[in-house]
Design a protein around this ligand. Sequence first.
Ligand SMILES: Cc1cc2nc3c(=O)[nH]c(=O)nc-3n(C[C@H](O)[C@H](O)[C@H](O)COP(=O)(O)OP(=O)(O)OC[C@H]3O[C@@H](n4cnc5c(N)ncnc54)[C@H](O)[C@@H]3O)c2cc1C
Length: 487
Amino acid sequence: MSAESSRSNPPLQATLPISFLIIGGGIAGLACALALRRVGHHVLVLEREDRASARGGSGVRLPPNLSKILFHWGLRDILTSKSSITKRLIFMRYETGEMLGEHIWDVDMLKETRGLFMMLAHSELYDILYEAAIERGARVRYNANVVELDALEATVVLETGEELSADVLVGADGEHGLCRPAVVGENAPGDLTGLALFDTVVPSREVPAYAERITEWHGQFAAFGSGHAIVAYPIHGAEDIAFQFYAPDGGQEGKYGDKPSVDVPSIVDGINPEYGNALPSPNSQCSLTYAVAKFARKAVRVSIRQHRDLDDWVHDDGRLVLIGEAAHPFPPSTIQGTAMAVEDGAVLAKLFSHISEPRQIESFLYAFQELRQERVKAVRQGELGSVLYMTADGEMAAARDAGMRAKAAAGKNVLEGDGDAESIWEEYRVVFGYDCEDEADDWWVQWGMLRERAREREAEGAPPLLDFAAMMAKVEVSSTHDGEEAY
Ligand SMILES: Cc1cc2nc3c(=O)[nH]c(=O)nc-3n(C[C@H](O)[C@H](O)[C@H](O)COP(=O)(O)OP(=O)(O)OC[C@H]3O[C@@H](n4cnc5c(N)ncnc54)[C@H](O)[C@@H]3O)c2cc1C
């Protein structure tokens, strides 16, 4: 088998197929629909927009912990045909274009993760998930705006007055949807941070010298400035360059799905004019910011909000569970937001592949919450930290830049630590190496099966299993690391 995971064996089919209504047909909703269909459940996705409007025009990054799931689901070939693959990261100063250093992906580390770091357009990822979900038998209804829901009865009402019901409601309607407040019991919009992401695209033909460098280097670029940062990478092959700007929000709010309305030059401030006016050429380090200001299409403004971690992702009445941005809004366009949304669907489906009786629904929903909350909390903190790291000012920025310059001068990868577990690269290794489907399998073997056996014993009138520790020692934890399905 190749280094990266490519499992696509038929997964375990649930002995009791049940019905799921997924509210929201974004990336989380579609990935969840596909995953649930793979294990035999009935799925209807309700999306309030039409299909074209539910897709984004800019880029999305798939870290190895995400790409490996899609490889498991048999999407490796289609993903590879649409994506560019990151081989290195290049770091610059935003104001001057000074090169701070680079980090070349460690091939051995990537092998360990069994995934790849891929970059493509949001719309392309969307279409891949949509086509795969439909092919598997999921139903997706567009222009289906859910305006009411009842978690106890597991019913929803559409804007048209139509009422629909299922065994389980999945809230995949994002940061601003109606499922999040339904579970939290109040509106929890989060606090504005004063920063926004301005998400846009620059056609490569407008900046040929720069595009050549991106293609040749297989790179992602990051430019750090005071209160500003840019992340740039190729999409649509290398026809376009996704430009994602972090900058002050200018006192206005916005979100994905809004019309691109922001003129990029109006937000590119703080650049040394001497560098900002230079022409892009292979030798001009400032071509990155120049290209943005001059040739970028209008950008979508996405406010960056600070949210607290929710205690509950499952409604008290038991039949509504939150996934994706509805459960855990990430700062926009960071590496892991999309990955966590897809991991959620993968884990939910793995758990529900074991359902044989309706009484298990609630315990599987709580198991999902238990499995996902810790992982997402740690990853979300890291991603918030990344935005602060990139846009830092003063002493913190000076220390960051000096560290990078020193490592680059010594010929080292700039994210590498000095053998300390705290380095950014060590954090990446852990986050990328995680296999959420294996974690869900392990939960079933360690806890789910045990609970089922305890119930059976009780039903037979046998004494309850008190010695859990001894039981646990006997449980053989299966692993799928050799490329075999665990079922
Ligand atoms: C239109 C759009 C474009 C985007 N473009 C990009 C991009 O270019 N790059 C990037 O990195 N990220 C983009 N994102 C964000 C990205 O999809 C998320 O950050 C994450 O990857 C997945 O989030 P999600 O599916 O949980 O939530 P979201 O992406 O927010 O999707 C939620 C979905 O639920 C639907 N919905 C909300 N309320 C209702 C309701 N009452 N009834 C029915 N449906 C409802 C919304 O229309 C939306 O399609 C975009 C999001 C959207 C919605």
